[in-house]
Write a protein that binds this ligand. Structure first.
Ligand code: ATP
Ligand code: MG
Length: 344
């Protein structure tokens, strides 16, 4: 399909558990919640006048929809036909947001978790092939590193909803020894937060969605600067509750794993490079918004000499922007040399 007469439309696509971000070389920059909802029964079809809903609208209308998160835990689920169908619909929808024109040659780079299995990558490429003329999958933290221009002596920590991906950049495409995936992202924190609030305040009505929104507003680690007191509902009535400790403790549960994996990854660099790598640690992904996280990681690594941990500027789009930058700087015909390429 490379002999199309139109222009190349280059796409960077970050397929996340919670959100799928897409950017194009024509200036599109947008995201959609990675969820597809199908009406539970005929009433739902009647209310919606559609047989599927994609994105945040599906979350809002979840009472009469069955929701599918096809990228749960950061990898394409193969659990059911419906999951695969949902994955396909989600990717198709994301591409449509980039507004492709008739005759465009569609070239997309898709981000997947650092250690997605070969089978999973294959499945993703198969779906991509149905919709794109040329495509490549690369690991998410590599995309972030590429976008930042930190390809050598750097450590990237991408804290997503399903996974935390950590990757050592050594001036080459990272191999499996250079990356770790921790299955403890934002979803894990949400579940824990829901449980600990329910334990402390059994009368309060809690859901995962509520826990997630409380976390997104108040997440922090370390010594609190102020109390987190929020309105919740008990027995249908509103009341104020102090959840400072609950927020702190649940957010801090990811720090130990991150530090442990960082300490492993420091050793993949040659000794004379380690100093520079330790000053070049970057946090990306939605979880990098947790206040105090960079400081706490630095504090726990203080035996390692000077350690600098920084948050990327635009954490929601860092991976996607990196994918687009890679797509723009490397002619699609060469993509096979960097990652998996199909469609040519
Ligand atoms: N201010 C915030 N504080 C803490 N967490 C946040 C904040 N904003 C967003 N998040 C969390 O970040 C996660 C989403 O981040 P991101 O979009 O990077 O994940 P994803 O790419 O969908 O997931 P993955 O990379 O695991 O597939 C969600 O769990 C969300 O609740
Ligand atoms: Mg992500």
């Amino acid at each position: 399909m490379t002999n199309k007469s139109g222009q190349q439309l280059l796409l960077g696509i970050d397929l996340g558990t919670a959100r799928t971000a897409i950017m194009s070389n024509r200036g599109v920059k947008t995201m959609v919640s990675s969820v597809v909802g199908y009406p539970k029964d005929i009433i739902g079809v009647k209310i919606l006048n559609r047989t599927q809903v994609i994105g945040s609208e599906a979350i809002q209308k979840r009472t009469y929809l069955d929701l599918y998160y096809p990228l749960e835990d950061g990898v394409l689920k193969e659990a059911s036909e419906k999951d695969l169908l949902a994955a396909r619909e989600l990717i198709k929808h994301a591409i449509s947001l980039a507004n492709p024109q008739e005759g465009d040659q569609l070239c997309g780079i898709l981000g997947v978790p650092a250690r997605a299995s070969v089978a999973n990558k294959g499945l993703l490429l198969k779906i991509a092939k149905e919709m794109l003329d040329i495509s490549m999958v690369v690991s998410e933290p590599f995309m972030v590193a590429y976008g930042l221009g930190r390809l050598n002596n750097a450590l990237i920590i991408d804290i997503g909803a399903g996974t935390i991906d950590i990757c050592a950049m050594k001036g080459t495409v990272p191999g499996s020894d250079d990356q770790f995936t921790i299955l403890k992202g934002g979803n894990y924190i949400d579940e824990l937060l829901q449980n600990v609030i329910s334990e402390r305040y059994p009368e309060v009505q809690m859901t995962r969605y509520l826990a997630c929104s409380l976390k997104e507003k108040h997440a922090f680690v370390g010594t609190p600067t102020e109390k987190v007191i929020v309105p919740l509902r008990a027995g249908g009535k509103p009341a104020m509750y102090d959840i400072t400790q609950e927020i702190r403790l649940t957010c801090e549960t990811i720090v130990g794993d991150i530090v442990e994996k960082l300490q492993h990854l420091v050793m993949v660099f040659d000794p004379e490079q380690q100093e520079e790598a330790l000053r070049n640690i970057w946090l990306a992904g939605g979880g990098s918004n947790i206040k105090g996280l960079a400081n706490m990681i630095m504090e726990r690594m203080k035996d390692y000499g000077e350690v600098r941990v920084s948050c990327v500027e635009d954490p929601d789009y860092a991976g996607c922007a990196g994918a687009l930058r890679l797509a723009s700087e490397l002619p699609p015909d060469y993509w096979g040399q960097v990652g998996d390429k199909i469609g040519v």
